[in-house]
Design a protein around this ligand. Structure first.
Ligand SMILES: [Zn+2]
Ligand SMILES: [Zn+2]
Ligand SMILES: [Zn+2]
Length: 265
């Protein structure tokens, strides 16, 4: 399985508009300014592409999907998994039309009932049979998933996680890889689905300041140590994570991801 990190940033992205507006005076570590000259520190909104058995599975469709697809030259998409309905994870969906226009069947989306309802509600023109059927409408089939299911011969396990007060928030396990971009805590029944992981991709919002719906560095490291994968990559990072200074705090088997990073699992 090959994993491409299409985006690794939190909902604001890095650099953030806020820091640009105020001349970077309040950027905690100067990462937004740094990202203008050091592309590794520039983070589009979080998403990965998983290639397995010749098929390409997109996990989330970020508002930056268009530039991610162009950057990685993604030739086709065979299925889409949605973790949850926050804007940074689904607002690139209109650009999926460039792929569905060239495929005979609608593109299958999978997610919680809450996520699938949100997709249909946020983009009613896609699902309204009375909408104008010109060239601008993606062809999508929504599928509700709450238990393990098979996709292209691989078992996909929805991982129910707590992410603030949002209902229906998932991570996903595919074979030995688990992807959990947005999480505050892990229910015990989900913890049981994370044994014997090769690669864990886990939320790490920022260094220290507690957040209501995301893990921060010490919490992310503690959860990763408890799960115990062979390798852990942190994702969904704000401008508070500097690869050099914060990277030195990680265990040897942990790493901060970056846009365009590719790993095998
Ligand atoms: Zn900043
Ligand atoms: Zn979220
Ligand atoms: Zn998010």
């Amino acid at each position: 399985m090959k994993i491409t990190f299409l985006g690794t940033g939190t909902s604001h992205g890095v650099p953030s508009i806020d820091c640009m507006i105020d001349g970077h005076r309040h950027c905690p570590k100067g990462v937004c300014r740094l990202s203008l000259s050091d592309a590794k520190h520039a983070r589009t909104r979080s998403s990965i592409l998983v290639e397995l058995g010749g098929k390409r599975v997109l996990v989330d469709v970020s508002p930056d999907f268009r530039q991610q697809a162009l950057r990685e030259k993604i030739p086709a998409i065979d299925a889409v998994l949605i973790t949850h309905c926050h804007a940074d994870h689904i607002y690139g969906i209109p650009d999926i039309r460039s792929y569905t226009a060239h495929q005979p069947q609608p593109l299958s989306f999978y997610g919680s009932s809450e996520s699938m309802t949100a997709v249909r509600t946020c983009f009613p023109y896609i699902f309204d049979p009375n909408a104008f059927r010109g060239g601008g409408i993606p062809r999508i089939a929504t599928n509700t998933a709450s238990a393990p299911f098979t996709l292209f011969g691989k078992s996909v396990t929805p991982l129910h996680v707590e992410h603030g007060n949002l209902a229906g928030c998932f991570g996903y396990r595919i074979d030995g890889m688990a992807y959990i971009p947005d999480i505050k805590s892990l229910p015990s029944q989900t913890r049981a689905s994370l044994a014997n992981l090769d690669v864990l991709i886990l939320n790490c919002l920022r260094e220290t300041r507690e957040h209501a719906s995301h893990l921060v560095l010490e919490q992310s490291m503690a959860l990763a140590r408890d799960i115990g994968p062979r390798k852990c990559y942190f994702i969904h990072m704000s401008h508070d994570i500097n690869y050099a200074t914060d990277g030195a705090k990680l265990d040897p088997w942990m790493e901060f991801s970056y846009d365009g990073m590719k790993v095998e699992a």
